[in-house]
Design a protein around this ligand. Structure first.
Ligand code: C2E
Ligand code: MG
Ligand code: MG
Ligand code: MG
Length: 278
């Protein structure tokens, strides 16, 4: 009897795995088509100087304009893109669009001349030194000067790919491309990494910012991260600012930069242009 039950369970499990695999395959097929048919669009979220409240740049965030399903957010497809290697062509699309768009805005609006764009890189992209050639080609083709491009990476990426990441980050540094450590505070937060890698900017994760003003706020952590960044000569960006109270608190701690729905949601390029007209 026990054997039978065991076998039955196995069959159910197997069936679920099969369904899961099919779903993944659907998404993978869809993603391949989307790359060919250019269904990806970069959205731009404003980053502001918290002292002057002036716009300093944007974070580039990918969106999928699916022909039948509408707008799809990256949380849904980035994991599959990473699993299947499709993140490589996808990452190139984002870099290309973001650099091209910023250069266009710099030419078109005098207000945009010193704005920067930050592009998220996944660990797969940093596993190949080919990324440097891709970036060089894109900068040359779009005419964007390298110091206006920034990259965002996570700590786990540094820990999983220490050797190759060290080489690639050094090459980015040589090109004056700033390196931002994204989602800080959620991962390992190993302080030794801050010394070992040429990090310019720390982005405090949204989960710390959106608790400011609530009973379970981890204010000491926010405070410590800001002090740490400043002591190391790094800039700090607060992610996910949603209220005036959060902004006021971060200003009182001399947090350099911020982004969040309080200022602006990520916008498509037409919507973003309305912020730039002068
Ligand atoms: P991230 O790099 O930490 O990006 C910030 C995310 O927080 C974005 O979500 C943004 O829309 C959201 N956000 C910003 N301010 C607020 C706020 O005030 N409240 C709330 N609730 N959310 C806010 P999004 O665009 O869905 O992106 C999610 C993640 O997907 C990104 O997190 C990043 O890890 C990844 N991602 C996005 N675009 C790309 C890309 O082009 N390449 C790669 N490799 N990853 C990307
Ligand atoms: Mg980011
Ligand atoms: Mg983040
Ligand atoms: Mg993230």
């Amino acid at each position: 009897r026990a054997k039978k039950a065991g076998r039955g369970r196995y069959e159910i499990f197997d069936h679920e795995m099969h369904t899961q695999a099919l779903k993944l395959f659907d998404l993978e097929t869809d993603l391949r088509k989307a790359i060919q048919q250019q269904e990806f669009e970069v959205y731009y979220q404003s980053i502001l100087c918290l002292k002057s409240l002036k716009l300093v740049g944007f974070e580039a965030l990918i969106r999928w304009q699916h022909s039948k399903k509408g707008l799809i957010h990256p949380g849904v497809f980035i994991p599959v893109a990473e699993e299947t290697g499709l993140i490589i062509p996808m990452g190139q699309i984002v870099l290309n669009q973001a650099c091209h768009q910023l250069k266009t805005w710099q030419n078109k609006f005098s207000l945009s001349q010193n704005l920067t764009v930050s592009v998220n890189l996944s660990s797969q992209q940093l596993r190949e030194s080919e990324i440097i050639n891709q970036i060089d080609t894109i900068l040359e083709k779009t005419g964007l000067e390298s110091n206006y491009l920034k990259v965002e990476i996570t700590e786990s990426l540094l820990i999983e790919n220490t050797a190759i990441a060290t080489i690639i980050l050094k090459k980015l540094r040589e090109r004056n491309i700033a390196i931002c450590l994204d989602d800080f505070g959620t991962g390992y937060s190993s302080l030794s990494y801050l010394h070992r890698f040429p990090v310019d900017t720390i982005k405090i994760d949204r989960s710390f910012i959106n608790r400011i003003g609530e009973p379970d706020a981890k204010l000491e952590i926010v405070q410590s991260i800001i002090t740490l960044a400043h002591n190391l000569g790094m800039n700090i960006v607060a992610e996910g600012i949603e209220t005036q109270e959060q902004l006021t608190y971060l200003q009182s701690l001399q947090c350099d930069f911020g982004q969040g729905y309080f200022f602006s949601k990520p916008l498509n390029k037409e919507q973003t242009e309305t912020l730039l007209t002068d």
